[in-house]
Ligand binder design. Sequence first.
Ligand SMILES: Cc1cc2nc3c(=O)[nH]c(=O)nc-3n(C[C@H](O)[C@H](O)[C@H](O)COP(=O)(O)O)c2cc1C
Length: 176
Amino acid sequence: MSKRKNLLAIIGSATSASANLKLVEEIARMTANDFEITIYTHLKTLPHFDPELSVNNPPEEIIAFRNAVHQADGLIVSTPEYIFSIPSGLKNAIEWCIATTVFANKPTALITASANGQKAHEELQLIMKTAMAKFSEETSLLIQGIKGKINEEGKLKDEDVIIKVKKLIEAFSVML
Ligand SMILES: Cc1cc2nc3c(=O)[nH]c(=O)nc-3n(C[C@H](O)[C@H](O)[C@H](O)COP(=O)(O)O)c2cc1C
């Protein structure tokens, strides 16, 4: 049997009771035989992006975040939309990496799970394309109305979403 892939999941939500977090935890259960998913939970405590420190003197937390991205076999970014955009915490973390190549050619699944989420999903794809992450239409998924499609335990209640998540996992597995 081949070794399980180490994935880093970055949750864009600023809420601890996040539907995106529950969704990624559910994906971790669904893929437990193939993926070992580490959920990055420190977005909120990262310092604000500072271009004067980014290249020559990045803060320790940023070095740790970059290393976690670099060492992962692949990434899952799962995020809500905040005010028609990706949440500032997620954008901040990506800004700290843009002078590096940690995202370059990194197999990535992009999930926007939100009330609407369309703008954030487009933006997330543009940003991650700029960061040169490796993703495709098949490893990108917009889930609208997420709150009504997942329960408290993180079980997906919507057949259509379950099928789409399974397809995303399949496409992502091939990319890894
Ligand atoms: C500050 C803020 C702004 C929001 N703006 C949007 C928005 O523009 N579009 C949208 O679809 N949902 C918006 N929402 C709703 C969230 O997308 C929704 O609550 C989502 O389920 C949150 O995901 P989470 O449970 O993973 O945090 C906003 C929520 C917050 C807290």
